[in-house]
Design a protein around this ligand. Structure first.
Ligand code: ZN
Length: 651
């Protein structure tokens, strides 16, 4: 199997392999198969959540792609193809990272030509709408730069809802939404449901109303299909607890009752014995500037036994790490509960996890469930491995690493160090620390995600160089920890800027958190020259002069970040993020873009899913599941739209 599939614009499409799928027993294969079908059924939900026009735009673009009879070799048609591929990649018309609207890349007038020379009967038009009116609306959505400008606006001096063009709120202001949910929370007690997680908030006749995402409710047609496949999956579940939580999840989808989602989450956290596991639901809140609404996602996975041993050692020692961390004792957990950790291989990605994919998962998100029942944390081995295989040969390391030792170290220890960093971040980092009584982490508002990711990363950076890691047999030598520091600062100070357009600031939480850490330690260690920028051959490099002192700086910042979270110190969070995480050094940025351009690489990556085929021949009952990897990007996207396109165009 080739890891690399194709490249367009600033995106490369890779493939992940599903190791030893063929060797699983039939029951596990069928379990994975049914869960994988459920993982694909919610795709349209995410598209509609991202923007109300996304499904319509997709329908129009795909019809053109399939039926256009004009010159398919022209430069304009090629630009149109790239635009469609970018829309597929972003699950909508907005760039998946910056969330700004994607440029079409071809003239508006050419859009009319595309429509004219396509099969008019092939276009689906919303009922009661004239074809010409519909097409001109879609043209305006695509080309009008003042419309649907940005999916998630985080500039806090503006109304975050009115200036964000996601579809989570309709006709509602930020102040109204905040008041609505504050009111619900006020009487909710110590175990509040995640208010607002599974609904669109709309204004009807002057009243705020939640349109709940459930069977027979909003998104009901897709949810019906998810429920169908989950019901089929139950009989193949690994154990009784899995059966129980799948049933809770189905009931939650049927009723929209968030208490059932909490029940499901608690059982899901407790269930550790099974080999196969999955996430399916409204989970992450990054798509909503207020951090309330959950975007739909799914991941189906199974345990990687060897690599899980590594993460298990960490979680068995969770209390030791908590006790020895540099944070204020008041903000440490006296008892770290249920930090489970395992390494998994994904078998299917769906919704907000596809095609751009996380490399680790840490759930559930509800703070009280995490504190009381713990959380599940996983590192995704086959995804990180695909990245590593791709990165070994692309020239990035040679261009941006400052010395031959650094390159050696990265080749020798980079993969292990990266995995350990993710393990520490996910298994221990997010689960560590305690919030002061009466403090709600929502006090940090739009800075919360950045601060929380900063905290988890610092935990990883601080501990990867601890002697305990060598004692536990996880780190072979201090060189591996150095490789992690090298990579982290190289990325945080330089290479991640390849994802930012000239003149733009950093918006995305993880990117902000990486620059926050890297810039802060650089500034804090300036007097002692702990980290420096050096110039060689008219190129800038990052050089770490003292790894132990750098580690101490990571510890100092971890202490402060934990304090900010524990006390809900909004002002301090704001200052740190605005001072270190947002602004870009323009001159350095220009240089890096120039060097990066010469490498002709894509800064973003996404993954194709394998294709599973159910075999029922000759007896009619399922007797095997076959896996293949040869489907190309466009074919997969078109197949998903055809087979899993369950929602009407306007929602
Ligand atoms: Zn994280």
């Amino acid at each position: 199997m080739d890891v690399f599939a194709e490249k367009f614009a600033d995106v490369k499409i890779l493939r992940y392999s599903v190791p030893e799928f063929e060797l699983l027993d039939l029951k596990k294969k069928l379990y994975i198969y049914n869960l994988s079908q459920a993982a694909l059924c919610g795709r349209d939900i995410l598209w509609d959540q991202n923007n109300r026009y996304n499904l319509s735009v997709r329908g129009v673009l795909e019809t053109i792609w399939k039926t256009f009879k004009g010159n398919r070799e022209s430069e304009n048609f090629h630009s149109f193809e790239i635009y469609l591929k970018r829309v597929w990649f972003s699950n909508g018309i907005h760039y998946h990272y910056s969330t700004e609207k994607l440029p079409a890349g071809f003239p508006e007038i050419y859009f009319d030509e595309l429509v004219d020379q396509s099969d008019w009967d092939g276009f689906s038009v919303p009922s009661g709408t004239r074809f010409e009116f519909f097409i001109s609306e879609i043209r305006d959505v695509i080309f009008n730069r003042d419309r649907e400008v940005k999916r998630v606006n985080l500039e806090s001096d503006k109304d975050l809802i009115e200036t964000s063009s996601n579809n989570y709120y309709q006709g509602v202001s930020q102040a109204e939404a905040e008041a609505f949910y504050a009111n619900l929370k006020a009487n909710a007690g110590s175990e509040p449901v995640s208010f607002g997680l599974n609904s669109t908030l709309v204004k009807e006749n002057g009243q705020l109303v939640e349109k709940v995402w459930r069977l027979n409710g909003k998104y009901g047609k897709a949810i019906e299909q998810i429920v169908f496949w989950l019901n089929k999956a139950i009989e193949y579940a690994d154990n009784e607890l899995q059966k129980k939580y799948i049933k809770s999840l189905i009931q939650y989808y049927e009723t929209g009752d968030l208490a059932l989602f909490d029940q499901y989450s608690i059982d899901w956290v407790k269930e550790l014995a099974g080999e196969v596991d999955f996430v399916n639901g409204f989970i992450e809140v990054y798509g909503d500037p207020l951090g309330i609404k959950g975007s739909w996602e799914s991941i189906v996975n199974y345990k990687d036994t060897e690599a899980t041993k590594r993460a298990t050692i960490l979680s068995q020692n969770a209390q030791w790490f908590e006790d020895h961390s540099p944070v204020n004792p008041e903000f440490k957990k006296t008892e770290v509960k249920g930090v489970s950790a395992k390494v998994i291989n994904v078998a299917m990605l769906g919704g907000d996890c596809y095609p751009a994919t996380p490399i680790g998962i840490n759930l559930p998100n509800a703070e009280w469930i995490r504190e009381k029942h713990g959380s599940k944390s996983v590192t995704i081995e086959n995804i990180t491995q695909a990245y590593f295989l791709d990165s070994m040969n692309n020239g990035m390391l040679e261009e941006f690493a400052g010395s031959s030792e650094e390159i050696e170290r990265a080749k020798m220890y980079g993969y292990l160090a990266g995995n350990l960093h993710t393990d520490l971040h996910e298994c221990l980092g997010h689960g560590s620390g305690k919030v002061r009584d009466g403090v709600n982490t929502e006090a940090l508002k739009n800075y919360y995600s950045t601060i929380e990711e900063t905290r988890a990363d610092l935990f990883a950076l601080y501990y990867i160089m601890d002697e305990q890691m060598i004692k536990l047999g996880l780190v072979p030598s201090v060189e591996a920890a150095k490789a992690d520091f090298d990579a982290y600062l190289r990325n945080g100070l330089m290479t991640q800027l390849t994802r930012i357009e000239p003149g733009k600031d950093i918006e995305e939480s993880h990117m902000r958190n990486r620059q926050l850490i890297a810039r802060w330690v650089y500034e804090a260690g300036k007097d002692q020259n702990i980290v420096e920028f050096v110039r060689q051959n008219e190129k800038t490099f990052v050089r770490i002069n003292d790894y132990q002192k750098l580690r101490e700086l990571f510890g100092q910042l971890l202490k402060e970040i934990q304090r900010i979270k524990s006390e809900g110190d909004f002002e301090a969070a704001k200052n740190l993020v605005e001072d270190y995480a947002v602004k870009v050094d323009r001159q350095l940025h220009a240089e890096i873009l120039e060097r990066f351009k010469k490498l002709d690489l894509a800064p973003y990556a996404g993954f194709l899913n394998p294709v599973y085929e159910l075999k029922t021949w000759p007896c009619g009952t399922p007797n095997d599941v076959l896996i293949s990897y040869d489907e190309d990007y466009a074919s997969q996207m078109l197949r998903y739209s055809a087979d899993f396109g369950f929602l009407p165009m306007e929602n």
